[in-house]
Design a binder for this molecule. Structure first.
Ligand code: 5GP
Length: 182
């Protein structure tokens, strides 16, 4: 069996730190959306699935969940810039308070496209909750309403984030050894 742990260079954000921050985010979201009757957590696949699962469990505010899948890095570690919706919502979001749950904002190009696309569907409100952000890489300005952690300009894996579709199941955020990429 391939040992995923053997490929790790170092852990950037451990499980304890992650869960503590997710609980803080959940409290903010509960406060802000306490009066909402139509709250939708919109998870961006695949990378957002683990964050969504923990965030949803940590939130007390009643909410429904849905998923969208957009094109991302494929097997490489550099953004193509092109965005394609591979899986779309089946229901209307008109009149809903939509909270986008995303894994990481790197260049911001994916979310910038998604925001425009979703705004056109007339939600009551549209906010972003991202586990990670790489500020030095941003190419467009994205209003991040709830942010877990800022990370340096490193390609990170774990907790939903992949390299070549692997490492998503690691329960922390880590940086891989350079030889893994070659
Ligand atoms: P952006 O459009 O902001 O450049 O990034 C879009 C997507 O690229 C993210 O949602 C994520 O799936 C992927 N991505 C960006 N940076 C990283 C990274 O450091 N590690 C991994 N595994 N994926 C990343």
């Amino acid at each position: 069996m391939k040992d995923l742990y053997a490929d790790i260079d170092y852990v950037l954000i451990d499980e304890e730190k992650m869960q503590a921050r997710i609980n803080e985010l959940a409290q903010m979201i509960d406060t802000d959306y306490g009066d909402s009757d139509n709250l939708l957590f919109l998870c961006i696949l695949k990378g957002g699935y683990m964050f969504m699962s923990d965030l949803s469990r940590a939130c007390k505010a009643p909410h429904v969940i849905d998923f969208m899948a957009v094109s991302s890095y494929g097997d490489s570690t550099t953004s193509s810039g092109a965005v394609q919706i591979a899986l779309d919502l089946k229901s209307s979001i008109e009149g809903w308070d939509v909270l986008i749950v995303e894994d990481i904002i790197d260049t911001g190009l994916t979310l910038s496209y998604l925001l425009e696309n979703l705004k056109a569907r007339k939600p009551k409100s549209l906010k972003i909750c991202s586990l990670l952000s790489k500020p030095v890489r941003h190419k467009v300005e994205i209003p991040i309403d709830y942010l877990g952690f800022e990370v340096p300009d490193e390609f990170v894996v774990g907790y939903g984030l992949d390299f070549a579709q692997l490492y998503r199941n690691l329960p922390f955020i880590a940086v891989l050894k350079p030889e893994v990429f070659s």
